[in-house]
Design a protein around this ligand. Sequence first.
Ligand SMILES: NC(=O)C1=CN([C@@H]2O[C@H](COP(=O)(O)OP(=O)(O)OC[C@H]3O[C@@H](n4cnc5c(N)ncnc54)[C@H](O)[C@@H]3O)[C@@H](O)[C@H]2O)C=CC1
Ligand SMILES: CC(=O)[C@](C)(O)C(=O)O
Ligand SMILES: [Mg+2]
Ligand SMILES: [Mg+2]
Length: 355
Amino acid sequence: MAQINFGGIDENVVTRDEFPLAKALEVLQDDTIAVIGYGVQGPGQALNMRDNGFNVIVGQRQGTASWDRAIKDGWVEGETLFSLEEAAERGTIVCNLLSDAGQIALWPMLRERLTPGKTLYFSHGFGITFNDQTGIIPPADVDVILVAPKGSGTSLRRLFQAGGGLNSSFAVFQDATGHAYEKAVAMGIGVGSGYLFETDFKKEVYSDLTGERGVLMGALAGIIEAQYQVLRQRGHSPSEAFNETVEELTQSLVPLVGENGMDWMFANCSVTAQRGALDWKGRFREATLPVLNELYDSVASGEEARRTIERGSTPNYRSELEAELKEVGDSELWQTGATVRRLRSKAAEKVEELG
Ligand SMILES: NC(=O)C1=CN([C@@H]2O[C@H](COP(=O)(O)OP(=O)(O)OC[C@H]3O[C@@H](n4cnc5c(N)ncnc54)[C@H](O)[C@@H]3O)[C@@H](O)[C@H]2O)C=CC1
Ligand SMILES: CC(=O)[C@](C)(O)C(=O)O
Ligand SMILES: [Mg+2]
Ligand SMILES: [Mg+2]
């Protein structure tokens, strides 16, 4: 484990150099890794581990779209693809990659199959941290570990296929065998992480729920809607409002932030833009601070978990979500986006044609 200094503060980080794949394979050579649930993280992690040479099986409900996807991805019924129950039975490392709400209903089944010495693996601190609401209390004689890729399972897979890795956090909640730590790191390497930074279950879930409700998804979507609305109400066309709110953000400026930081993105914009953005940044920070504090409180009090469980446990939770997402997709803003993207791909084809 390396101590790496982040902005002046030392943190424990595991890199692929110090814990190579060969070592991860050795640590888990006698294990059967059962990936339970084939939603978004399930495929990303299972396929990466399979390609990395681990002994992986998948558990999924039959007759679902995810089951069909698993077949398409090359998992073979009765060999590497099983019912949830059978996969949990066969796995020595049981990866609980059901939806966080779905994990509650399946917990009694899973718990029964967690015989002494097995490892229970999560990609979120949710079930364990909010165990007063989830009832997920593992037996004392199993290891309980976490590897949480910091991004979509889709990106985890794409980056892996491109030869890279997505950063993940990892944690040990319970070390029954004395090997939980090395298993967590080995799993982190196996699923295709870039570097692995150490945390605990509670910190992982508090920061993750805040991040996705905040800047990463909720705040991003909300602030985009607000600026688009202002521009439209002040007489700007849909394409102008969209380009100045989303297209330039995703195609030009955020990639520059990712490449070399905020100051680098600023430095590649006009002095006019830099002056204005530096002046307004503080206003936006102050305006959103109370909302973000309210959000963190709502995470820490368990309210966000309560709502996630309540809304995610109804029989029609998926169709309800889809209806809400469709409303977003059908809005003028995102319909404009669809048209702008079509123009973008035409432009990309043209560039290709020009060779
Ligand atoms: N989506 C992502 O990329 C990320 C997810 N995570 C975490 O990974 C875990 C899995 O998340 P996702 O892959 O998004 O899950 P998901 O929401 O796609 O669901 C995974 C699977 O659970 C099954 N499922 C849901 N409810 C069920 C029930 N009641 N009974 C049986 N099966 C049920 C679904 O059919 C699906 O195959 C969660 O803990 C999540 O917080 C962590 C990082 C990113
Ligand atoms: C992709 C990810 O890391 C999220 C946003 O936290 C999630 O999907 O839960
Ligand atoms: Mg996350
Ligand atoms: Mg999350």
